[in-house]
Design a protein around this ligand. Sequence first.
Ligand code: AMP
Length: 133
Amino acid sequence: METVFTRIRDKQIPACWIYEDDQCFVILDHNPIVKGHCLVISKDPTPTLAETPDARLAHMILVAKKVDAKLRACLNCDATNIVINNGPAAGQEVPHLHIHVIPRYQSSSLAISFTHEPYKPGEMADLEGRLKL
Ligand code: AMP
């Protein structure tokens, strides 16, 4: 399936490239949450984690680790958010697996926050049983 990222991969549309190998590539997100926000993108356009071979996932997280180190060294950020929006209901806009690596600064007031959904009595223990891997 063609996505905006396959078009970038195939150099049909421009992007700011940080890294490329046989399995993935890294570009700057053009609408960054924080400047330097990078995307580690699978070359093969599997939509989510479930369709992606384990070896490629493992490789991509190691590339994300390198991006994290580079952002810390180059931009002097204090931390990063490493995020995968894994399906449309999770906010994934491009159905082509990618890892966001977002630089974060101690001094920043930016909040990337979720609301919380408290358990009813017994619900958490029930889920513990149902979710055992
Ligand atoms: P997601 O919501 O996880 O699918 O994130 C998709 C990300 O891709 C968003 O943060 C977009 O800003 C980014 N994006 C979409 N098109 C481009 C593009 N042509 N170049 C760089 N980043 C892009």
